[in-house]
Design a protein around this ligand. Structure first.
Ligand code: ZN
Length: 305
């Protein structure tokens, strides 16, 4: 039988998304779980195994029809060894040999990587960064993830740890960050911080989606709020653009739905703060693949491995 399916999994702090992809990475079936419904590591791993098994059973797939399983993890990963170092937003994960465990249980090849890297790979292969061989893809959420495409390939660094844009230090005396450092970009534009700032301005209980909707309706206070977030992000992007001479910076994640109020401000800041040549070259773009970026990236990981 011709091998033609891939099982792709995107594990987030909130959702566990699973999908069955064909060889062209079109999504054939999906399943969703609430990550918090698995209250410990063994149950979460069992949940992954069960979702793989149910795709196999429901679609009557032989193991020989599946190329492999690709998994994006929300934390640092040793891709070569298939090891998850730790997960900042899911407790109980330390140096877990996930590849070995899942290969043993499923009898399928398993490939794991960091989720932000997989999103960058997907945006480069078939999303907003498709035409650009030098690009940075940012995901704005609780954490601020990043993936770098350099000269047409995902840049990993010797420890698969490159691209941690969320931990670009922008204030040497700033707030303590989840990474143990201080004054990282994530402490300024991560969801936890901006929701606190939003509630000071708009009252308790407001959500970031609501602030985005207000900006969409031309509410001046909301536009100003996103302008300020965009300026912080724009300063960080200017630094990266100066160093890396990027063609594109692709911004995705929940906060990217704030729209023009955010993007215009990032663009203006980069134009005025980056060096002239680099600032004129770079395009600031909205991510195209949305919530499926992680799944599609996991598919590419299997295909290219
Ligand atoms: Zn940090």
């Amino acid at each position: 039988m011709v091998k033609k399916f891939i099982i792709a999994i995107d594990l987030g702090g909130t959702n566990l998304k699973c999908a069955l992809l064909d060889s062209r990475l079109k999504i054939k079936a999906r399943s969703y779980f609430n990550t918090r419904s698995f209250d410990n590591k063994p149950k979460l791993i069992q949940g992954i195994i069960q979702s793989v098994e149910s795709f196999m059973v429901n679609h009557r797939l032989n193991r020989s029809a599946v190329l492999g399983i690709g998994i994006g993890m929300p934390g640092p990963v040793d891709t070569r060894k298939g090891l998850v170092h730790f997960l900042p937003n899911i407790p109980g994960w330390k140096e877990v040999g996930l590849k070995k465990i899942l290969e043993h249980k499923t009898k399928l090849p398993v490939f794991i990587d960091n989720d932000a890297k997989l999103m960058a790979l997907a945006e480069y292969k078939c999303g907003a960064a498709k035409k650009y061989k030098n690009a940075l893809c940012l995901t704005l959420g609780t954490g601020v993830g990043g993936g770098l495409i350099i000269d047409g390939a995902l840049y990993r660094g010797p420890d698969n740890a490159a691209g941690e844009v969320g931990h670009l230090i922008i204030n040497e005396e700033g707030l303590v960050c989840g990474c143990g450092g201080r004054g990282c970009l994530e402490t300024y534009i991560g969801n936890n911080h901006i929701i606190r700032e939003a509630r000071k301005l708009f009252g308790p209980g407001i959500t970031l989606e609501e602030v985005s909707a207000l900006a969409g309706k031309k509410n001046a206070k909301a536009i100003n709020f996103w302008n300020q977030v965009g300026e912080k992000l724009g300063v960080a992007v200017s630094t990266l653009v100066n160093v890396l001479n990027l063609e594109a910076v692709v911004i995705g994640g929940g906060v990217s739905h704030a729209g023009n109020a955010l993007f215009d401000s990032v663009r203006q800041t980069v134009r005025s703060r980056a060096m002239r040549v680099q600032g004129q070259r770079v395009k600031i773009l909205k991510a195209k693949l949305g919530v499926d970026a992680g799944i599609i990236g996991a598919g590419y990981l299997v295909k290219e491995s």
